[in-house]
Design a protein around this ligand. Structure first.
Ligand code: F3S
Length: 698
């Protein structure tokens, strides 16, 4: 389960509230109850369990610890200072400090049951003092004269001298033998110093270092720890001699040494981040008090650990970014100036407008919208203002090189757009990479003005690619040629006579217009451009014009296609013919004289044929004998062939009726029109003006 994401403000508050304190805690192994105290406590507890009917007294506090003493008091152990305060038939506890022989005598006299918890090490001192005293030795006790232990020891030789410090030692003057003993909780240092003085003050000294090893070990360890920590806590009762000595030692080696009785006196405010904390405790300090103090500090550490874990999880939940990384993010908002991106990082990313795209027409606000997942390039993890500086263009650029490398190796086409004209060519940007297109490779036709390609999309085949030299050359011409080739192939496969296609007029000549019909050019012969007589194709079409053409003829062997442009619906014959009917007399103009007859133009675009047999009632050998070009004549319509678009005329039948019909009959030529002349009577404008309607390009 991931760490819940917190806002940066929430995170700061969390750290502030908890302080983020982290402590290193060193606990002395020698802390707490010594052997003698443990033994005494156990003996008291045994007494409490053994006989609950007898009153139990303690001659002085059992140990120097208020909590322990209070606990025993609650269990029925009453503390007395004098023996006469005790009831008879009671139990009297003698504490670990020991007592004098005189007190033992009084107890005996009062017939009181005793539980003697005097520490064996203290008892040993009693024996030594008693023995030496009896042997004529003077007794010197080095220690605190008011301490119950020292009071007890002195009881074994009433003349014993107590020395508390070096000054007092200097006042000692013993000319004979002397036995020197120490309070069990004296510091070794103090013992050494005082002894060195006593050596000079006693004629025959015998030093018995009776300092308890538990005490010396505890003090040595306290010294070691105090010397390497920032803060030292000595846990114990201020009335405890060995506790006070520990405080003394700690303060000497660690200025921030504090005496505390229990966890409630531990002030966490004195602690600082990453403090190294030492802990020791006097011989009368029970383990549970030490554990409470350590537990309180561990709780601080636990909190710090939780914070650390939280921070760690928080950091882990955040992406680690490096300059140059390519990562995915989500668009927060986009304007035409910049795009804000959530990167799953502690700071948001910004893509400035100039790092969005090379395409000047690309409007950022239209391309990106909130919620879009996009890939970005990390330019700077911190732009100096705490934001991540991003680039979209650089991704295009990096990917562009990869794409171009692939396209080059596979011969694939790439899309780009022309950004500028340069010397002898143009530059096209393909996914952010500059590709040079030589002028000769820009088109399959000659290009006069390269600038007309600028800002236009272009499809390219890569001719040359060198990533190290950052050199890429592309060709649009190759692409066009390939497209033309494919279109031509497709055209030849599908083209049919009669198809209507749309093409573009590419070139005009005197004999017609060449039209690109998709892959190749076909020819509209000049006669197919208009029903009317025209002198040049430019009267009807112009270069670049889109035209609708019909396929008139296909010559695959020669690769030629004949196209038609004029439409039947525009044919004047169609509209005019409805105004004429067979038998009517019409007027016209001689427009052509042929051996087989005469062409008469009835109106522009509508011409009829007068067969030579119908020209005159007289027999003639050729029409010129009676008619001339441009001559106005009257003729009778003898036949209209709508399908064949032919009008047959007769001048002879339009003449006035003559009286001598026999004569007329004799003089009339045969009226039957020969079959070979009937085809000649198919009159079109093309026939009339004598044009070639052949499909072939000239
Ligand atoms: Fe005994 Fe040493 Fe403790 S003398 S009471 S064991 S300090």
């Amino acid at each position: 389960m991931g760490c819940p994401r917190k806002s940066k403000l929430e995170m700061a508050l969390y750290l502030e509230v908890n302080g983020g304190l982290r402590l290193e805690i060193i606990v002395a192994k020698t802390s707490g109850f010594c052997f003698g105290v443990s033994r005494a406590i156990r003996m008291v507890e045994d007494s409490l369990e053994k006989d609950s009917k007898k009153k139990i007294y303690s001659l002085g506090p059992i140990i120097h610890n208020r909590q322990v003493v209070e606990d025993f008091k609650n269990k029925g152990v009453e503390i007395i200072e004098q023996l006469d305060q005790a009831q008879k038939n009671a139990i009297l506890i003698i504490r670990a400090h020991g007592i004098s022989p005189e007190v033992y005598e009084q107890i005996k006299e009062n017939n009181i049951e005793v539980v003697d918890t005097t520490c064996p090490f203290v008892s040993k001192i009693h024996s030594k003092v008693s023995e030496c005293s009896k042997s004529g030795y003077s007794i010197v006790i080095v220690g605190d004269r008011s301490h119950p232990e020292v009071v007890g020891i002195k009881g074994w030789d009433k003349d014993a001298v107590v020395v508390e410090n070096e000054d007092e030692a200097a006042g000692v003057n013993i000319s004979g033998k002397a036995c020197v003993v120490a309070q069990t909780t004296l510091s070794e240092q103090k013992w050494d110093k005082i002894c060195s003085v006593l050596k000079e003050r006693i004629a025959e000294p015998e030093f018995f270092n009776t300092i308890c090893s538990a005490t010396s070990d505890r003090q040595r360890e306290a010294r070691d720890i105090a010397g390497k920590v920032d803060v030292m806590f000595v846990i114990g009762d201020p009335n405890s001699s060995n506790t006070r000595k520990l405080l003394e030692i700690g303060s000497e080696y660690c200025p921030r040494t504090y005496l505390i009785e229990n966890a409630s006196q531990l002030d966490v405010n004195i602690l600082k981040e990453n403090d190294r904390v030492g802990v020791t405790a006097g011989a009368s300090t029970p383990d549970w008090i030490i554990e409470e103090v350590i537990g309180k500090m561990n709780q601080i550490n636990k909190t710090a650990d939780e914070e650390l874990n939280f921070e760690k999880m928080y950091e882990e939940s955040m992406r680690v970014l490096h300059d140059g990384d390519i990562v995915k993010g989500r668009v927060i908002r986009a304007s035409d100036k910049e795009v804000f991106v959530d990167l799953g990082y502690k700071a948001d990313g910004i893509i400035p407008q100039e790092e969005i795209s090379d395409n000047p027409d690309q409007r950022t606000g239209e391309v990106f919208k909130a919620g879009d997942e996009i890939e970005v390039y990390i330019m700077k993890v911190n732009d100096g203002e705490g934001n991540v500086l991003l680039s979209k263009k650089r991704i295009e650029y990096i990917k562009g090189w990869d794409r171009l490398a692939e396209a080059y190796s596979k011969g694939e086409l790439v899309e780009g757009f022309v950004s500028e004209v340069v010397n002898s060519g143009v530059i096209a940007l393909v996914s952010g990479v500059r590709v040079f297109i030589p002028a000769s490779q820009l088109s399959d036709r000659h290009v006069d003005d390269l600038s007309k390609f600028v800002k236009k999309p272009v499809t390219l085949k890569i001719l040359e690619f060198n990533r190290q030299k950052k050199k890429v050359i592309g060709s649009h011409k190759v692409v066009l040629q390939k497209e033309t080739e494919e279109a031509r192939k497709n055209l030849w496969e599908n083209i049919e006579v009669g198809q209507i296609l749309t093409g573009t007029v590419k070139r005009l000549t005197d004999f017609g217009a060449f039209v690109d019909i998709g892959g190749m050019d076909g020819l509209i012969h000049i006669s197919q451009l208009s029903w009317n007589r025209i002198k040049h194709p430019s009267e009807v079409v112009k270069e670049g014009q889109q035209v609708e053409v019909s396929i008139l003829d296909i010559n695959k062997e020669k690769g030629k296609i004949s196209l038609g442009y004029r439409k039947d619906i525009d044919n004047p014959w169609e509209s005019a013919i409805n105004r004429y009917e067979v038998g009517s007399i019409v007027k016209g103009k001689v427009v052509n004289l042929m051996p087989f007859g005469v062409f008469i133009e009835l109106e522009p675009g509508l011409t009829g044929l007068v067969h030579i047999s119908q020209v005159s009632r007289k027999r003639i050998n050729k029409p010129q004998e009676v008619l001339s070009l441009g001559q106005e004549v009257e003729a009778k319509i003898t036949e209209i062939d709508r399908e064949g678009k032919r009008i047959s005329l007769s001048i002879k039948e339009a003449l006035p009726v003559i009286e001598d019909e026999a004569q007329a009959k004799n003089e009339t030529q045969d009226e039957v029109i020969p079959d070979e002349h009937k085809e000649d009577m198919k009159v079109t404008l093309g026939d009339l003006i004598g044009e070639d309607t052949g499909a072939e390009e000239k």
